[in-house]
Design a protein around this ligand. Structure first.
Ligand code: KIV
Ligand code: ZN
Length: 510
């Protein structure tokens, strides 16, 4: 019988803590809902002690999610464990994830602890965590550069103290598949009693081997893979959830393993996460890239037409890419709109539906046909856009620009029924537009952290999806998103979205 491999998703912790990937509470809740629909086994919702915003988001996710375990990370100290427990205790199935480094480098230079102290500290921390919660994971940070026999000592001690999952992470993305398989089977084979203990792998992708190393861990006896949507994470990222899941599904002959993931939700989850962080999948990204299932070469097309299996090892439908690209337009009613969204797997509440339908109608005025990519963008934007109390909205703008004159932009914004207009010169239309907005809003000090604009689909009337990230003076990163067939308009909407948050601390955007 195939082994069940638990999928432990850390998009909201290891993914979110990497530069450019921060999310606010609303966005984290959306990601958590996607993860629940995917049916991951465990959601690591954050690192509760790290900030009040993180605590709040772990707590909120724990209260909302019913069908997955919800975990918080904690260092091996009581105050971290207290915060982690307070944040996850409302979950249907809470987990505390305690960690301590075990490699000589980390113990000597970071922890300044001897081996004995590390064993003692890890055991005491797990015992304390277990006094609060029965589901305890312990991670030997930097396991792949640790001494195997020392790790056996640590693992025996934490299991005796109550740990039920043992994670051996490749913290710096240094290991190779053969080594990972050997590491898991060695530690599992040498501890006093592995019965009832789940071994876990958590790989970083610094050498591009995150997926291969995680799967090798499964061959070595791991029963849990820690991973993130789109492989987000520190430096080169973590193992990609979609890759390991589809590898095990496509090669059961090799891995003899299955997960409970609903793979038809993979594409949608990937898109939602990319929209939130203002990025797009690289064209050739496995599973979710635009070209992942495209067959351009004539010889491939010929083969696929004759029999799909010639060049296709998995179907686009199995990851949720629909081939029935039905188009809607300005004459489509709310019912057709809702039906198509349901077919695409979106269940919106009444309020969200009204908001999305209004946005759809605005887009329809500018674009003859609205396809599935456009619809997904409309929904993703609508569910992550925060309604900021006392926020400004774009009323209209008018821009005058050329490559031989200074650009001028007049902007009219609306707030609480009142309208405000300003005009500004600038180095290009966006500089002028942002200048006019600044004259109206007079925002707090900020700098531009990032600005991206992508086309949603092919064709010259496609929608431009803009994301702007601002750094506030107090270290917060504030994100705004904008959608329009006019890229100047989408950029202006994105800028207003970010500026609206400047005066208002949302806590979780750090
Ligand atoms: O990479 C790592 O070692 C981690 C641990 C905290 C599990 O993220
Ligand atoms: Zn990590």
């Amino acid at each position: 019988m195939d082994t069940h491999i638990k999928i432990f998703d850390t998009t909201l912790r290891d993914g979110e803590q990497s530069p450019g990937c921060s999310m606010n509470l609303k966005e984290k809740i959306e990601v958590a809902k996607c993860l629940e629909r995917l049916k991951v086994d465990i959601i690591e919702a954050g690192f509760a002690i790290s900030s009040p915003g993180d605590f709040e988001s772990v707590k909120t996710v724990a209260e909302i999610i019913k069908d997955c375990q919800v975990a918080s990370l904690a260092r091996s100290v009581e105050k971290d464990i207290d915060a982690a427990y307070e944040a996850v205790k409302g979950a249907a199935d809470p987990r505390i994830h305690v960690f301590l480094a075990t490699s000589p480098l980390h113990m000597q230079y970071k922890l300044k602890m001897t081996e004995d102290q590390v064993v003692e500290n890890a055991a005491a921390a797990v015992k304390y965590a277990r006094s609060k919660c029965s589901n305890i994971e312990f991670s030997c940070e930097d396991a792949t550069r640790s001494d195997y026999d020392f790790m056996v000592r640590v693992v025996n001690a934490v299991i005796a103290s109550g740990a039920t999952t043992i994670n051996l992470p490749d913290t710096v993305g240094y290991t190779t598949p053969d080594e990972m398989k050997e590491l898991i089977s060695y530690v599992k084979g040498h501890i006093d009693n592995p019965d009832g203990i789940t071994f876990s792998v958590h790989c970083h992708n610094d050498l591009g081997m995150g997926t291969a190393n995680s799967l090798a861990g499964v061959l070595g006896g791991a029963g849990q893979i820690e991973c993130t949507i789109n492989g987000l994470g520190e430096r080169a990222g973590n193992t990609s959830l979609e890759e390991v899941v589809m590898a095990m599904r496509t090669r059961p002959d090799v891995y003899k393993a299955q997960t409970r993931i609903d793979t038809t939700q993979l594409y949608k989850a990937s898109k939602t996460v990319y929209t939130i962080i203002g990025q797009q999948a690289p064209l050739n990204k496995p599973i979710v890239g635009r070209n992942a299932f495209a067959h351009e070469a004539g010889i491939h097309q010929h083969g696929v037409l004759a029999n799909k299996a010639t060049y296709e090892i998995m179907t686009p439908e199995s990851v949720g890419i629909t081939s029935n690209n039905l188009v809607l337009g300005k004459h489509s009613g709310k019912h057709a709109f809702e039906t198509r969204l349901q077919q695409l797997g979106y269940e919106l509440d009444k309020e969200e539906l009204v908001r999305c339908f209004e946005e759809f109608k605005v887009i329809c005025d500018k674009k003859k046909v609205v396809n599935d990519d456009d619809l997904e963008a409309i929904v993703n934007h609508s569910i992550i856009t925060e309604d900021i109390e006392d926020g400004y909205k774009l009323d209209w703008f008018s821009v005058n620009t050329s490559n031989f004159t200074t650009a001028t932009c007049t902007v009219s914004l609306e707030k609480n029924g009142e309208k405000f207009q300003e005009v500004c010169l600038g180095d290009g239309p966006l500089d002028a537009a942002f200048g006019a907005i600044n004259k109206i809003v007079k925002p707090e000090y900020h700098t531009f952290a990032d600005f991206s604009i992508f086309s949603i689909a092919e064709g010259k009337d496609t929608i431009g999806d803009a994301t702007i990230k601002l750094h506030a003076g107090d270290n917060r990163t504030l994100t705004g998103h904008g959608l329009s067939t006019d890229v100047i308009e989408s950029s202006i909407i994105a800028y207003i979205g970010a500026i609206n948050k400047l005066g208002k601390k949302t806590g979780s955007e750090e």
